[in-house]
Design a protein around this ligand. Structure first.
Ligand code: G3P
Ligand code: MG
Length: 247
């Protein structure tokens, strides 16, 4: 297995997505409370180009709003409830700005994989804005962060804006030319859906010198299989559970 300095074996996915509303500060706090040392979350831009935490291109699934994130300003999105859909205990939870998330990470001492999840057509802009905000806002007492994206355009823009921030290439297609993509964006790691990770693929990533990270692993058997194949870290919606189950 290739080691990946400063990156722990388990990374909370969207914070702790099975135990709190994903991509909220509550979800990040929950991952931390459950023992995670790093979290992953998704970042995209509002209509006025402010980076916020959100997975989908639309507001419908994870807030009480509707429509495209790219059509609304931060002021409008900040009024939305991002917790009630999950349960009454989280009513009033807001869509966090990236700046607020960085502040919380600093307070909790958490590392992060920041996934650039650009709204369609905004790949370059999002890569540039998120990488710049990360370079300016990351606190030196934390481990060096890791940017990632499925979009090579977003990662290229990130590399140009903040060349010193490490980049990982996300792979969502079994047939993807991951080597070419990783080389193109100057990635230092590849992040692959666990269902695509075969012994051959794991061996090929190791031979090419890339740490392999697998998403999203929520059970101990799959986690053991991934580590057995050489994965150095796993993204999990239940980081606390995996940490306990794996001992
Ligand atoms: O970064 C790993 C994982 O989050 C990628 O997929 O759709 O959950 O953002 P998704
Ligand atoms: Mg993600």
């Amino acid at each position: 297995m290739i080691s990946f300095p400063a990156v722990p074996r388990v990374i909370g996915h969207r914070g702790s997505a099975r135990l709190a509303p994903e991509n909220t500060l509550a979800s990040i706090r929950r991952a931390h409370a459950d023992g995670a040392r790093w979290v992953e979350f998704d970042v995209k831009l509002t209509a006025d180009l402010v980076p916020i935490l959100m997975h989908d291109d639309t507001l419908d699934r994870t807030t009480n709003g509707t429509g495209l994130v790219a059509d609304l300003s931060l002021a409008r999105i900040a009024e939305l409830d991002a917790g009630s859909w999950w349960g009454p205990a989280y009513a009033g939870e807001r869509v966090p700005t990236f700046a607020a998330a960085l502040h919380l990470l600093s307070r909790l001492g958490l590392g992060a994989n920041v996934e650039i999840k650009a709204c369609p057509g905004f790949e370059v802009e999002t890569g540039r804005v998120v990488a710049t905000a990360l370079a300016n806002g990351w606190q030196a007492h934390l481990p060096p962060p890791l940017l990632s994206s499925f979009s090579p355009e977003a990662l290229e823009a990130a590399a140009e804006a903040a060349p010193l921030i490490r980049r990982g290439m996300l792979v969502h297609d079994r047939r993807a030319e991951w080597r070419e993509l990783a080389a193109r964006v100057g990635a230092i790691s590849v992040h692959i859906f666990h269902g695509f990770v075969t012994p051959e693929l794991a061996e090929a990533t190791a031979k090419a010198g890339y740490p392999l990270l697998a998403y999203t692993v929520n059970d101990a058997a799959t986690a053991r299989r991934m580590y057995g194949l050489g994965a150095c870290a796993l993204f999990s919606d239940v980081p606390g559970y995996l940490l306990t189950a794996l001992g």
